[in-house]
Design a protein around this ligand. Structure first.
Ligand code: CA
Ligand code: CA
Ligand code: CA
Length: 762
């Protein structure tokens, strides 16, 4: 951060009568080093590591000393260098090299300092630990990111509350201890919510209300429901977003962008978790979700917060893991949440119990509108609750129906009125730090700030009220914590396997990664190209080619876009299964009507089977994909069927031969007959048929000359026939048909000499 010019800083100080002291609470990211006594700067981890070698190590002072370090034969360092092959050890001080030491001995100490960039996906904490283990290393630490003392910018879009006439009734915006001191935040860029979006999750709003309509508030999902719910939602929006104009009220964070997400679904009861997921998907890290819902629960003495149900709990965690702050009403059930038990008897809302399940939401209780603020009789309470707002006397908008355009009320109440007050404080703080640092608080850091007893306003009796603290924006801003930037990548996804696959798809699953904040999603790459992301620990890739190998890589990603080391798996799709059927006629033009086993039948009569290379057989080849066989029947194409008496025929993967209802594996028997013909006709033709089969067309086939002088030769495939019936002619009408008896040649080779047939070659 660059400090503003002196002149403007002076004017800034005058304008606000006193110089604001930014005694920042140092917030240290894991792996960072704190410089003791430094009140000006705050440090958080970068992706660079500073390594100070011991003085006697004596590595030349230049960039890229990996080879020289390797030569020292230190197990720890050589282990690191072989694990990260592209890791470079460079000088920390580019103004020096090995020569400098000769010239200026006082600078020798600096030549022990080198720097390493943390490789992408590497765990910087583990790397630091390994470096510090090395006998050659005096010290290794994350290079700090230095953030200068902030001088908040004054608001470029000043908030003008005095001409919103109801402003005078909105005492909850006043300074502590009465209110949250919203006007203090409005002085600063972002303190009016500018740059931040939020979603109100409930089921009714008058979005065209005169003091809201300028926001053009979108309904993200679900439907509106009439009357009372519209009044409720409109009142909630009014607390945060009543437009800064000259009518009605002024919202506590009036420059934030509101959106609404309804859990109500026409024709069914509703789906709160779905409304939450849609809300989260519409927002970015740093934005806020407001849950205005309470629920009944078997055995509970009153209404309880919605996160007691698993789907809603998971939906809240989903938002939190994406860096979205969730502020939820604790509920108006007068329930001590410390003693609430879920249906398994677990104390899931009690922070001190091992059963505690932390959704990550900021939970809000309700207190009186007078100082000291006392817990309202209806408010739930317990150590789960982080913050409170006014649970009565909240002046805000009202609506008689979703189409109402006017309406105001003087005493909106419940944890319903308390929650938007705390939400507005969260939005204002995110707006300020976003404007100041370009980053926002993580949901957990923001919650810690808002539940901090030092920064905020206690209730009348914190130990018995048990509703947390009323945000005090002035106190927080005067001590503005620096947003911690998460630089720790999630752990590598373990046990990447493929539990199932087909010829066109591969399913993957892996063990969940862990992260210091939370895993937002997983990236799935196929052959190094991103093909999808998954919110769960599984993914199915589709549209693949059969029998092909693919390399899959899965990385865990957190809300700050830190990526884990990848896990990889090489896996092939299933080969396509091929069924080939040889069909012995049978039907002279056979059709095959079929389906891959368990699949869909062809349209009758199926497909005509073309003639095969084997005489007397037709043949058809079918890709059955991942099916393990083929179910088929045959017909003649005109209504005559062979369906195996209603049982159909089953062909395994591979080649089968079908002969009159019997299926045998493999191609059909294909006998051959070779005839040597002693001329005779100078250009002899052979006219033939496999015994019992079909004759060639007259005059048959000219017989080529053979390797034996004076002989012609011809080889005929006869399929499963056992002999060849033939006659000879000269191609022009002179025939030798054995006096009408024809000639018969056995399988194998025969020699024909003037009507006499002998086995073998001439
Ligand atoms: Ca105004
Ligand atoms: Ca207004
Ligand atoms: Ca992280």
């Amino acid at each position: 951060m660059i400090r503003r010019g002196l002149l403007s800083f002076f004017m800034f100080a005058v304008a606000f009568t006193s110089i604001i002291a930014f005694n920042n609470v140092p917030v240290i990211a894991s792996g960072a080093k704190e410089t003791s006594g430094d009140k000006e700067a705050v440090h958080s981890a970068s992706n660079e590591i500073v390594v100070k070698f011991k003085a006697d190590v004596n590595v030349p002072y230049k960039d890229g000393v990996e080879r020289e370090v390797k030569a020292k034969k230190d197990n720890d360092l050589n282990g690191i260098l072989s694990e990260y092959s592209d890791l470079k050890i460079n000088r920390l001080f580019k103004i020096m090299d090995s020569e400098t030491k000769n010239v200026d001995k006082a600078k020798a100490i600096f030549q022990n300092y080198y720097t390493i960039t943390v490789p992408e996906g590497a765990d910087s904490e583990k790397l630091l630990k390994k470096l510090n283990n090395s006998k050659l290393v005096e010290e290794a630490y994350s290079k700090p990111i230095v953030i200068e003392e902030p001088s908040l910018s004054s608001n470029s879009t000043p908030v003008l509350p005095s001409n919103d006439p109801n402003n005078i009734y909105q005492s909850y915006l006043n300074a502590a201890s009465q209110g949250i001191n919203a006007p203090y935040a409005w002085q600063y860029e972002g303190g009016d919510g500018k740059g931040i979006s939020y979603v109100d999750v409930e089921r009714g709003w008058a979005l065209g209300h005169e003091d809201l309509t300028a926001h053009s508030i979108p309904l993200l999902t679900g439907s509106q429901i009439v009357a009372t719910s519209a009044d409720h939602g409109t009142a909630v929006l009014g607390v945060i977003s009543a437009v800064d104009n000259t009518i009605g009220n002024i919202g506590l964070a009036s420059k934030a962008q509101p959106m609404v997400s309804s859990w109500w679904r026409t024709g069914e009861y509703g789906n709160i978790a779905e409304a939450l997921i849609v809300a989260a998907d519409a927002l970015d890290a740093g934005d806020v979700i407001l849950i205005e819902i309470q629920t009944t629960y078997p055995g509970a003495s009153g209404y309880v917060p919605i996160e007691v149900y698993s789907a809603e709990f998971d939906a809240i965690r989903y938002a939190i893991n994406h860096g979205i702050t969730v502020v939820a009403a604790a509920g108006n059930g007068t329930v001590n949440l410390d003693t609430f038990q879920d249906s398994s008897g677990k104390y899931i809302l009690n922070r001190t119990s091992p059963d505690f399940k932390d959704s990550g939401a900021i939970m809000v209780g309700a207190a009186s509108d007078t100082v000291p603020h006392t817990r309202m009789y209806f408010s739930n309470y317990g150590n789960r609750i982080d913050a409170y707002g006014w649970g009565t006397g909240v002046h805000t908008l009202a609506a008689a129906s979703p189409s109402a355009t006017t309406g105001y009320q003087t005493s909106f109440n419940g944890t319903s009125s308390a929650t938007p007050i705390v939400t507005a404080a969260a939005i204002a703080l995110q707006g300020i730090v976003k404007a100041e640092y370009g980053v926002t608080y993580s949901p957990s850091q923001l919650r810690e700030i808002l539940r901090d007893p030092v920064l905020n306003t206690p209730s009348s009796s914190p130990s018995t009220d048990k509703i947390g603290y009323l945000p005090n924006l002035k106190n927080i801003i005067d001590n503005l914590p620096v947003p911690v930037v998460d630089t720790t990548a999630p752990s590598q996804p373990a046990n990447l396997i493929s539990p199932s696959k087909t010829t066109t798809s591969i399913s993957l699953s892996w063990d969940a990664s862990t992260d210091n904040v939370g895993v937002a999603h997983y990236e799935i790459l196929r052959d190094s190209v991103l093909v999808g992301t998954s919110l769960t620990t599984s993914y199915t890739d589709t549209g693949l080619s059969a029998g092909q190998a693919y390399v899959y890589t899965v990385k865990a990603v957190d809300a700050a876009n830190n990526k884990s080391l990848p896990s990889s798996l090489t896996i092939s799709t299933n080969s396509s299964n091929i069924v080939t059927v040889y069909y012995k006629q049978g039907y002279s033009t056979p059709y095959i009507h079929y389906r891959p086993a368990g699949g869909t039948w062809t349209t009758a009569p199926g497909v005509a089977m073309p003639a095969s290379e084997v005489p007397g057989y037709n043949k058809y080849t079918i890709n059955v994909g991942s099916a393990t066989g083929l179910e088929a029947v045959f017909n003649n194409g005109s209504g005559t069927w062979d369906n195996n008496g209603g049982s159909n025929y089953f062909f395994p993967v591979g080649t089968s031969t079908f002969i009159a209802g019997t299926i045998t594996s493999g191609v059909p028997v294909n006998n051959t007959v070779t005839v040597y013909y002693k001329r005779g006709f100078s250009t002899p033709y052979i006219h033939y048929r496999p015994a019992g089969g079909t004759w060639t067309s007259v005059p048959g086939v000219a017989m080529p000359t053979s390797e034996f002088a004076g002989y012609n030769k011809y080889t005929v495939s006869i399929g499963s026939a056992t002999s060849l019936e033939a006659v000879f002619n000269n191609g022009s009408g002179t025939w030798d048909n054995n006096g009408g008896g024809n000639y018969f040649f056995n399988i194998g080779t025969s020699t024909f000499d003037s009507g006499t047939i002998t086995a073998g070659t001439p």
